[in-house]
Design a protein around this ligand. Structure first.
Ligand SMILES: Cc1ncc(COP(=O)(O)O)c(C=O)c1O
Length: 363
């Protein structure tokens, strides 16, 4: 018995190591996870109360079309309700988009390095992967454009990019959109968009009126702090959204997730608080990296990628033994680690540990 040949080589997704595993394996009582770009400030109290109330309805299937949440987001973003699709996290929208659009032999273009799930899902569909190296940690949009052919179906752009944290500017993105042929779907993943302060960034939703071949992805897992509930969404032309809807599982988002997401949308104060704390955290870590003589990519999301000038797996292990979980191991960045922005206390503990580890692991 064999599966499809094109999935045999695929790895199982390796998430950031869970805190419980590290505590057990290393006999540590205190462990800080700065590995999955989660929100260290929790989530909105509005969401908590709404979920408690909704719990009594758990015997009833959710609304497959997420009608109330759709209306709330359509209102907030000023888009039509048929421009929205929800998923079990934005990962599910990536999966469904690949499933709806890619057949074997289609080409799909993405950066190298970027979020792993674009490639993973395209490989499952047996599409031909065209990877374009980052330039100074940034998407090289002109180079990506030069790879577009008659066979290209999807171009993936992660803005800010995971793992580097860099952004493409509004100007760069709009030049790209103007030049890319209309038969190519551009998926713009804005999982970390709400954290960005740079004035040159503008979100993709403002471009949707000009381009029918643009699909913007958002998530409630990051700034909204609802990672465990698994809810994200796509915004695009109603025809694109309908195709994706055709491959969607009937009840792919839960009652609790829909309820919590809708309640979170009404709590702007929580989002503002998280944005401000995050930028303070970026400022603190940047100052500390400068002090330690380490270079890093400009951070625009809730994480920083820093060059530790030593093999990153060794730094990962040494930090792990001090109870700090980060991410490492990128093919093109063997000496970089990615650390999520934690609370000020967590950031300080990370820096204390990093400083010790840098002395322990020689260059
Ligand atoms: C760039 C990017 N896109 C999408 C996701 C998926 O997030 P979720 O499925 O939790 O919405 C992540 C998760 O880390 C991410 O980094």
């Amino acid at each position: 018995m064999l599966p499809k040949t094109n999935i045999i080589h695929l790895p199982v997704y390796q998430p950031g190591k869970p805190v419980e595993d590290v505590k057990r394996e290393l006999g540590l009582s205190e462990v800080i996870k700065l590995a999955s770009n989660e929100n260290p400030y929790g989530f909105s109290n509005n969401a908590k109360s709404a979920m408690i109330e909704e719990m009594s309805n758990c015997n009833i299937y959710p609304d497959g079309a997420s009608v109330e949440l759709t209306a709330a987001i359509a209102d907030k973003l000023n888009v039509s309700t048929d421009a929205l699709i929800f998923g079990t996290g934005s990962s599910d929208i990536i999966l469904m988009t690949a499933r709806a659009f890619l057949v074997p032999g289609d080409e799909t273009i993405m950066a190298d390095e970027t979020f792993s799930q674009y490639k993973h899902n395209a490989e499952i569909e047996n599409a031909t992967i065209v990877e374009v190296p980052l330039k100074d940690g940034k998407h090289d949009l002109p180079a990506m454009l030069s790879k577009v052919s008659d066979k290209t179906k999807i171009v993936w752009i992660c803005n800010p990019n995971n793992p580097t944290g860099t952004i493409v500017t509004h100007h760069e993105l709009s030049s790209f959109m103007k030049s890319v042929p209309a038969h190519v779907l551009v998926v713009l993943d804005e999982a970390y968009g709400e954290f960005v302060y740079d004035a040159d960034y503008s979100d993709g939703v403002s471009m949707l009126k000009d381009y029918t071949n643009l699909l913007v992805l958002r998530t409630f897992s990051k700034i909204y702090g609802l990672a465990a509930l698994r809810i994200g969404y796509g915004i695009g032309h109603p025809d694109v959204v309908r195709f994706i809807n055709q491959v969607r599982e009937p009840f792919n988002t839960t009652r609790l997730a829909q309820t919590a997401a809708k309640a979170s949308l009404a709590d702007d104060a929580f989002i503002t608080y998280c944005r401000e704390k995050n930028v303070e955290g970026i400022r603190y870590l940047s100052e500390q990296f400068d002090r330690l003589g380490l270079t890093y990519f400009p951070a625009n999301g809730n994480f920083v990628m820093v060059d530790v000038k030593r093999p990153s797996p060794e730094i990962f292990q040494a930090l792990l033994h001090r109870g700090i979980i980060i991410r490492s191991r990128w093919t093109h960045y063997p000496n970089h680690i990615r650390v999520s922005i934690g609370t000020l206390e967590q950031n300080k503990q990370f820096i204390v540990a990093l400083e010790q580890v840098l002395q322990e692991v020689t260059v």
